[in-house]
Ligand binder design. Structure first.
Ligand code: HEC
Ligand code: HEC
Length: 257
């Protein structure tokens, strides 16, 4: 092939790529209003250090303040990038953080901390091109502050109400758990009275699996107060600050056999 031929092949490929990049097989992430990066999480109630990590390392896929590099406009690369952004925003869209109910914010915070600790975010394909987006130890610590709440009141006697517990369960736990199927967390029907870490096929942390704990009122109370303090290196990363809420949840778990 002579040079003109090569050049024209390259030109045709480039034009085709630009042309087909107007097709969006995974949905068009440009279709929503874009937000200026400076405005993202501006008045969200979370520590500044956590905000900074989310803005610098997660916002491209998890907000409407995406930065678009040149290659992200060329198919087929654009399709891969768009898929990550469309799906990423479905799971977590920081542009709408403030509008989320506090239950939802709590569950997403716990998921953020889990993903960060496992280093499973940002996605590997993103790190190939944004090597500086890899999470450092201090980034993980900053994100962990999102769930550092723990129990705010302990002790006293609280009689649980299973009906209240059911509605709390639906708002706070179903982000990760279902009664009858394993999701990010194991199914919870029958958890009361069960040995910890014993659902076959669910991939528990070794810490919980080998904890020897049996689930009853007392152990569930401690688990929901602060799972990491009760079983160090376990992987739930979620807590319920109020004693009455914990009692209601436990009454509900006890009622679902
Ligand atoms: C390249 C795009 C991209 C980047 C950057 C990215 N994510 Fe994600 N994220 C995704 C996609 C896509 C999903 C959906 C699940 C999947 O495909 O693995 C997701 C899912 C999630 C979820 C939900 C997990 C679940 O099980 O539902 C959380 C939480 C999350 N990401 C947090 C983060 C955090 C924190 C950062 C920054 C440290 C980050 N992500 C950076 C694309 C991204
Ligand atoms: C962010 C996701 C997430 C949320 C939200 C969450 N959990 Fe979990 N939960 C997990 C994971 C993951 C495990 C397994 C932990 C391990 O392997 O160390 C777990 C384990 C458990 C266990 C132990 C089950 C067993 O088989 O040993 C109980 C009980 C439990 N969760 C109750 C709850 C309740 C009640 C709520 C709501 C108040 C809740 N969880 C909210 C992720 C979550």
């Amino acid at each position: 092939m002579n040079r003109t031929k090569i050049l024209s092949v390259v030109a045709i490929l480039f034009a085709t790529s630009l042309g087909v990049s107007y097709i969006h097989p995974f949905g068009n992430p440009h279709a929503v209003t874009q937000q200026p990066r400076e405005a993202l999480l501006q008045d969200a109630a979370m520590p500044d250090a956590a905000k900074r990590v989310l803005i610098n390392k997660c916002a491209d896929c998890h907000s409407q303040a995406t930065h678009w590099p040149v290659y992200s406009h060329l198919a087929p690369m654009s399709w891969l990038v768009e898929r990550d952004i469309v799906v990423g925003r479905q799971h977590l869209n920081l542009t709408h953080w403030k509008e989320l109910p506090s239950d939802k914010q709590e569950v997403l915070s716990a998921e953020i901390v889990q993903q960060a600790k496992k280093r499973s975010m940002p996605l590997p394909q993103y790190l190939l091109l944004h090597w500086d987006a890899r999470l450092s130890e201090s980034d993980v610590a900053a994100l962990s502050s999102l769930t550092a709440g723990g129990a705010t009141d302990v002790g006293g006697t609280h009689t649980g109400d299973a009906a209240q517990g059911k509605s709390l369960f639906e708002r706070r736990c179903t982000g990760c758990h279902a009664l009858d199927s394993d999701r990010e967390g194991p199914h919870l029907r029958g958890a009361f009275g069960r040995k910890a870490g014993s659902v076959p096929g669910f991939s528990y942390s070794p810490a919980l699996k080998n904890s020897g704990v049996n689930w009853n009122e007392a152990t569930l109370e401690r688990w929901l107060q602060d799972s990491d303090a009760m079983v160090p290196n376990s992987a739930m990363g979620f807590s319920v600050p109020k004693a009455q809420n914990r009692a209601d949840l436990i009454a509900f778990l006890k009622s679902v056999k």
